[in-house]
Design a protein around this ligand. Structure first.
Ligand SMILES: Cc1cc2nc3c(=O)[nH]c(=O)nc-3n(C[C@H](O)[C@H](O)[C@H](O)COP(=O)(O)OP(=O)(O)OC[C@H]3O[C@@H](n4cnc5c(N)ncnc54)[C@H](O)[C@@H]3O)c2cc1C
Length: 398
């Protein structure tokens, strides 16, 4: 099993990297001003340029309008896509998980209506699980409820952190559709709700760490949608959500490695060029220690993530591996950017470098897609279960 970038992937990966460095880096400060007209226009221009350059929707299956790059190849490309937080949208990869979910589970009508424009980047998706009033790390507690009334679902509840709801064409809503006595893991379903539906009310865009990231609080007040908007069978919400999250976490972790690489480059260049007390920063042992720790963390996280990706490619759900990389990757990302800021001194906390923006995004990584603590306890429980069944957990064979 090799973890080097395959020769066949190198040209396209280099092309993606060049696009990001030459076209996206110079306008990141404009793209960051979400909601501003210039930001929207710039994003549209970049999306068109990516299409013209043949870099659009590389990992989406061909049958839904993508370029059908195999999973493992795409994993390596995702690593460079991670260098800029904006690259996912510029290159049309942001809709990958949602379009696959729609393709697999939606009614033919929804597939016809949404799938093509979604993959083409003409419309945006959003996903609503988290609620302000319950600890949503434990989604069995979700309160939003959908009741069948004739041929319609009627949805009531409140969600927040529905990222991108303010520009999305629709939200996939995770809600309880079954009676209270049905076991939680068979009681929730996913329902597609167009954001223009009466009763779908965006209460506010929640500011996070000084940014407006499109994280919306949404009230569902008697939202009525056709029965056919159900994704998959009733009560299968958790199953569908798991299918969405597994590969999604590999992609997150690879993108974090791309962010870390960018921060590491900046840190090392600064260490080699900045002089204090008669020598460069890089000649000082404490700075060398930071570079050592960072290199070790990046390399460990990279190998863990690629190993999990290889397992998944072979059909193994790799639950333990995925749980580990989510925690290790988020910590690595945070530590890397933190140290890069430190080496830059005051410059590191200004917006003259991308580091302070990257740092704020890195903080979120320890929370979204399951907080660290939940993954730690899941991994530990799964390993202990192997011991209780007499199988143990031999790292040499797993
Ligand atoms: C930037 C960002 C984007 C997001 N985008 C979306 C989105 O698009 N759609 C969506 O639905 N959600 C989204 N979320 C929400 C995210 O998925 C939730 O925040 C996450 O699932 C945790 O739920 P919670 O916030 O309710 O925290 P809670 O469940 O209240 O947990 C709070 C803390 O309790 C601790 N904790 C929880 N469980 C355990 C445990 N078993 N053992 C020990 N400690 C524990 C952890 O420290 C945790 O951070 C986003 C979040 C962020 C930050």
């Amino acid at each position: 099993m090799s973890f080097q970038v395959p020769e066949s992937v190198k040209p396209i990966r280099a092309k993606v990297q060049q696009f990001i460095e030459e076209r996206i880096y110079p306008v990141e400060h404009i793209l960051e001003e979400r909601g501003e007209e210039e930001s929207g226009v710039t994003m549209r221009r970049l999306m068109n340029e990516a299409k013209d350059a043949g870099l659009w929707a590389l990992g989406h299956p061909v049958e839904i309008g993508g370029q059908g790059m195999p999973f493992l190849d795409y994993v390596y490309v995702t690593e460079v896509i991670g260098r800029s937080e904006f690259a996912q949208v510029c290159l049309g990869t942001h809709s990958l998980q949602d379009s696959i979910m729609l393709n697999l589970h939606s009614s033919p009508e929804w597939r016809d209506k949404y799938l093509k424009p979604l993959v083409a980047g003409e419309i945006f998706p959003s996903f609503a699980m988290t609620e302000p009033d319950v600890a949503s790390s434990d989604p069995t507690q979700l309160q939003t409820r959908a009741v069948l009334d004739g041929d319609d679902w009627v949805i009531n509840g409140r969600k927040w952190f529905t990222t991108g709801a303010n520009r999305a064409a629709y939200t996939t809503v995770m809600c309880r559709t079954e009676e209270d006595d049905v076991p939680a893991h068979a009681a929730f379903s996913m329902i597609v709700v167009p954001t223009s539906t009466p009763g779908y009310n965006i209460i506010r865009e929640v500011p996070v760490m000084g940014m407006m990231g499109g994280h919306c609080e949404v009230a569902y007040d008697n939202v009525r949608v056709p029965k056919a908007n159900l994704l998959g069978p009733r009560g299968q919400g958790f199953l569908i959500s798991q299918q969405r999250l597994g590969p999604g976490r590999i992609f997150h972790c690879m993108r974090w490695l791309g962010q870390a690489q960018r921060a590491f480059d900046l840190m090392c260049e600064r260490a080699n060029s900045r002089v204090a007390f008669g020598s460069t920063l890089g000649e000082k042992q404490q700075i060398q220690a930071m570079i050592f720790e960072t290199a070790a963390e990046i390399q460990s996280s990279r190998l863990l993530t690629l190993q999990a990706a290889h397992k998944m490619d072979e059909g193994d759900p790799a639950r333990i591996d995925i749980g580990i990389i989510k925690v290790v990757g988020a910590k690595m990302l945070h530590n890397t950017i933190d140290r890069a800021i430190q080496v830059h001194g005051a410059l590191g906390v200004t917006s003259d470098t991308p580091l302070e923006r990257m740092y704020r995004h890195a903080r979120f990584a320890r929370i979204y897609d399951g907080p660290d603590e939940v993954h730690r306890s899941t991994v530990a429980r799964l390993i202990l279960r192997e011991y209780s069944r007499g199988r143990g957990w031999d790292f040499g064979t797993r």
